[in-house]
Write a protein of this length. Structure first.
Length: 143
């Protein structure tokens, strides 16, 4: 499903883009902080005690701001991913309800090959491709 359902692939790409932007923002913030730290190192021999204490206070603030921003960005990404997983699950469930109206399957089971209690699968009744094709057709209508 993940390899063939267009909406899932699009969401995965969006999550990857968001993650990349997050990493870039954090790297930029870290570079800025490192520049400030380097300035303090260069001035350290001429700093007064009060200036040294002020630099230490600002350093702690920088660390806290970085940690807070990182946590905010990670939380936003997790929230996005959870919301999209819920939307994907809902789309699949809605599609399968409609798909199964005239087919009357007793069971339609998700099987990924690793996390399953299915010990034997009958490929004769494997409807994955039909479900993915139908989902992709439904998704194209919403674009």
């Amino acid at each position: 499903m993940q390899a063939h359902y267009e909406y899932m692939k699009e969401v995965k790409d969006q999550a990857t883009d968001k993650d990349n932007r997050m990493q870039q923002e954090l790297a930029s913030l870290d570079r800025k902080n490192q520049q400030q730290i380097e300035e303090w190192r260069q001035k350290s021999s001429t700093m007064t005690q009060a200036e040294g204490e002020e630099a230490q206070r600002k350093y702690q603030e920088m660390q806290q701001e970085f940690a807070t921003r990182k946590q905010e960005l990670e939380q936003r990404l997790l929230q996005f991913e959870e919301e999209e997983r819920t939307k994907i699950r809902k789309r699949i469930e809605d599609f399968i309800k409609e798909y199964n109206k005239d087919r009357n399957y007793s069971y339609i089971i998700a099987y990924d090959g690793t996390n399953s209690f299915i010990y034997n699968k009958d490929t004769l009744f494997n409807i994955t491709n039909a479900v993915v094709d139908g989902l992709n057709a439904e998704y194209k209508k919403t674009k």
